[in-house]
Design a protein around this ligand. Structure first.
Ligand code: BTN
Length: 247
């Protein structure tokens, strides 16, 4: 895939700008909108994404993943999580880097990256996919109430070039994306995803509404739902927002 990078000093949100571009002058696959600062960076739900100007990586990539069925759009999240994980293991010991369902990448018990994917469907195809990524690189102190942020610098000890992280991450994304259409690759992707999933086959604490419970992560079900094995041995599937990890 050919990337075309548009760099800004400050905009409200790279996802928002990408969605506006799609509506006005449909851009080509591979467009990257990258900014040093977002004044209204979006997280999931109503959350804002905190990122100190110039310190971290905040960008959106435009894909046109026509090979992916809209019912299987979670594959995009799997692909991007793995690409981010691969990138982070260049700076941090491999076993410490985990993918936390559904949209986060963790180092040990702390969140280093968040993903916000917004898909635009046309008929039964994903016409555009806006892949928003926030990756903490050099920010040492966080001020929002995000529970457990961490940056690469906490592990490297020295600051890391944000531009270098972007170009390495784009290469990791291409490597996986180019194989999505090939036979048997999805099974492999799923296997590697599970191997690197936070709490996979391990017991953790979860919350559904006010109810806290212990369960083991068993895998991913249809539509990207989280499959948990409860203490009574039963399997239960949870949608996004239905369940959260108690950290
Ligand atoms: C989350 O963990 O809640 C997802 C965070 C996603 C943040 C990125 S930063 C670049 C892109 N533009 C946005 O406004 N949000 C995403």
């Amino acid at each position: 895939m050919d990337y075309r990078i548009k760099h800004f000093e400050s905009i409200d949100s790279t996802n928002k700008l990408m969605l506006e571009l799609i509506n006005s002058s449909p851009p080509e696959e591979g467009l990257v909108v990258w900014t040093d600062e977002q004044t209204d960076g979006k997280g999931h739900g109503n959350n804002l994404w905190e990122s100190e100007k110039g310190k971290n990586l905040t960008f959106s990539l435009l894909l046109k993943p026509s090979v992916i069925d809209p019912a299987e759009q979670f594959i995009l999240t799997q692909m991007i999580s793995l690409a981010i994980r691969n990138l982070i293991t260049k700076f941090v010991p491999d076993e410490a880097v985990k993918i936390k369902w559904p949209n986060d990448v963790y180092i040990a018990y702390d969140k280093v990256a968040g993903i916000l994917i917004q898909n635009i469907l046309k008929g039964n195809e994903i016409d555009y996919s806006v892949i928003g990524i926030g990756l903490n690189v050099n920010q040492e102190k966080f001020h929002s109430d995000a529970p457990n942020p961490v940056s690469l610098i906490h592990y490297t000890g020295a600051s890391v070039s944000v531009e270098d992280v972007l170009s390495k991450l784009l290469i990791e994304i291409s490597m996986i994306y180019s194989k999505l259409g090939s036979k048997n690759y999805l099974e492999k992707l799923n296997k590697v995803y599970l191997e690197n999933l936070y709490l996979y086959k391990k017991q953790g604490n979860f919350r559904e509404g006010k109810n806290e419970f212990k369960a083991k992560v068993e895998g991913i079900g249809e539509y990207g739902r989280l499959k948990l094995r409860l203490e009574n041995g039963k399997i239960q599937l949870f949608d996004f927002k239905e369940v959260e990890f108690v950290l």
